[in-house]
Design a protein around this ligand. Structure first.
Ligand code: NAD
Length: 481
């Protein structure tokens, strides 16, 4: 079945005004999955106007309690439709459905409920001062929603990342135009049905399908868009920052990563191997937190390499919808070719391939999980975000060297550390220059914990109270008595 995906504007599904469409293929079969609206400037204008109307007429003033209730109802509906969403996500992403069932859908529900709880707790302050011109004053602040927000979503975890942006924006009283990735438009279209069913008024949430450099670019640049929240590649994030320079629109940029997973000599090896495998291969390595650089103390590097190689070669790759599948297909043929080219590059740059090389199905974008060992922390494999099931093991001799290698990329998003020594855990957590350090586990995501990086990994945060702050302005009111 081919899905026909229209924009969702002002509470109604409607095709692009030009009637133009593009085709979305299913990663695991290379067959047509959806025909999707290809929005142009007119559609962007209509979506932003709809969000602007809803901001001014309903959502901002509907009351914080009602906003929280709407988000709770949406969470209930996502829970009700969990299996529908798991299926849509697995098909559009090519990713093993078990991951969506265990992670993306529950995390979406948790995120909606967490921010629903915040909606009626966003309070201003009263501030004592010495008064003004000899008169006493009462001074207070109010938190105001920023207005219409453009939220640009990547393909690698579309539902969950959309919830990370949507929930705090709606709790704060903003209205949104969501631009899904052209590679993952299906599950978010279903989410729009749930948004209508949850009683969220028309225009509060709008979905604008389309091609990034046209629809996405026009959306973020629209003069009535007051804030942009983007998750995606560093290159596109940089292009958006360039486009918006001078507009003074606040920007949240959640960009790429090249996480180190550091294994100290005193680590619990069995526990570490389980976590390292998850960090390497969750979502076929297509996560910003992918722990694709495994830094291992030289004294245990052989043991860890052997265990990881055996586990890598045992990964069951195949049909994303099959219950036994551990790894599915990559998002599209272009991305598969790119990841394959990194494997060839690793070989030609002298890395030792210690796992991989299995024959993959010839239809669909399957890439064999592949592990290298290398001596050079500056090699392509150790520096570039591959965004696929490809990792590299690097040995180190002491703590200082581990930290030096961990901090040696242009990214600063996340890292994990495996040790039984509590002092060392705290010491290294301070020294590793990233937004999130996980000790004896791999990047646990939780709506209560801020998620964001610096350097080429971006600006600002999703999740936690910090995400809410990005959708609010603080206004000061002074009354002379
Ligand atoms: P991408 O940058 O290619 O696309 C992301 C989104 O931006 C898509 O919706 C696309 O249509 C849109 N877009 C493209 N050009 C645009 C433009 N000029 N203006 C406005 N929008 C535009 O990224 P992707 O391939 O979808 O996602 C993978 C990347 O996302 C990886 O680099 C990954 O690390 C990153 N990512 C980061 C996080 C995080 O939290 N830091 C989370 C997930 C993914």
């Amino acid at each position: 079945m081919t899905y026909r995906l229209d924009n969702f504007i002002d509470g109604a599904f409607q095709p692009a005004i030009s009637r133009e469409t593009f085709i979305k293929l299913e990663p695991a079969t290379s067959l047509e999955l959806a025909v999707v609206a290809a929005s142009g400037q007119d559609d962007v204008d209509a979506a932003v106007a709809s969000a602007q109307r809803a901001f001014k007429t309903s959502w901002r003033d509907i009351g914080a309690v009602r906003r929280g209730q709407c988000l709770q109802r949406l969470a209930d509906l996502v829970e009700r439709d969990a299996e529908v969403l798991v299926n849509l996500l697995a098909r559009e992403q090519g990713r093993a459905s078990i991951e969506m069932r265990m992670m993306d859908v529950p995390m979406t529900v948790d995120t909606l409920r967490y921010f629903a709880g915040w909606a009626d707790k966003l309070e201003g302050r009263t501030v004592p001062t010495a008064g003004s011109m000899g008169r006493m004053t009462v001074n207070y602040t109010e938190l105001e929603p920023i207005g219409v927000v453009a939220q640009v979503i990547p393909w690698n975890a579309p539902l969950m990342i959309c919830a990370w942006k949507l929930a705090p924006a709606l709790a704060a009283g903003c209205t949104v135009v969501i631009k899904p990735s052209e590679d993952a438009p299906v599950a978010l279209s279903h989410l729009m049905r749930l948004i209508a069913e949850a009683g969220i008024p028309p225009g509060v949430v709008n979905l604008l399908h389309g091609i990034g450099p046209t629809a996405g670019r026009a959306l973020v640049a629209h003069p009535d868009v007051a804030k942009v929240s983007f998750t995606g590649s560093t290159e596109v994030g940089r292009a958006i920052a360039r486009d918006l320079a001078g507009s003074f629109k606040p920007l949240t940029l959640e960009l790429g990563g090249k996480a180190a997973q550091i294994v100290m000599a005193d680590a619990d090896i069995e526990q570490a191997v389980g976590g390292l495998m998850m960090g390497l291969y969750a979502n076929q390595g297509q996560t910003c937190a992918a722990g694709s650089r495994i830094l291992v103390h030289r004294s245990i590097s052989e043991a860890i390499s052997e265990a990881l190689a055996a586990a890598t070669n045992a990964i069951r790759v195949g049909d994303p919808l099959h219950a036994d599948t551990q790894m599915g297909a990559l998002i599209n043929a272009r991305h598969k070719a790119r990841v394959d080219s990194y494997i060839e590059r690793g070989k030609s740059e002298g890395a030792r391939m210690i796992a991989g090389g299995r024959v993959m199905p010839d239809r669909g974008n399957f890439v064999c999980p592949t592990l290298f060992a290398h001596d050079d922390p500056n090699s392509t494999l150790a520096q570039e975000e591959i965004f696929g099931p490809v990792g590299v093991i690097l040995a180190f001799d002491d703590e200082d060297e581990a930290v030096r290698i961990a901090n040696s990329t242009r990214y600063a998003l996340s890292a994990s550390l495996w040790t039984r020594d509590v002092s060392r855990a705290h010491r290294l957590a301070r020294q590793i220059d990233v937004g999130a350090v996980a000790v004896n586990c791999w990047s646990p995501l939780d709506p209560r914990l801020a998620w964001g990086g610096h350097k080429d990994s971006g600006l600002g945060h999703d999740l936690s109270r910090r995400a809410l702050e990005a959708y609010l302005r603080e206004k000061t009111v002074t009354i002379a008595l």
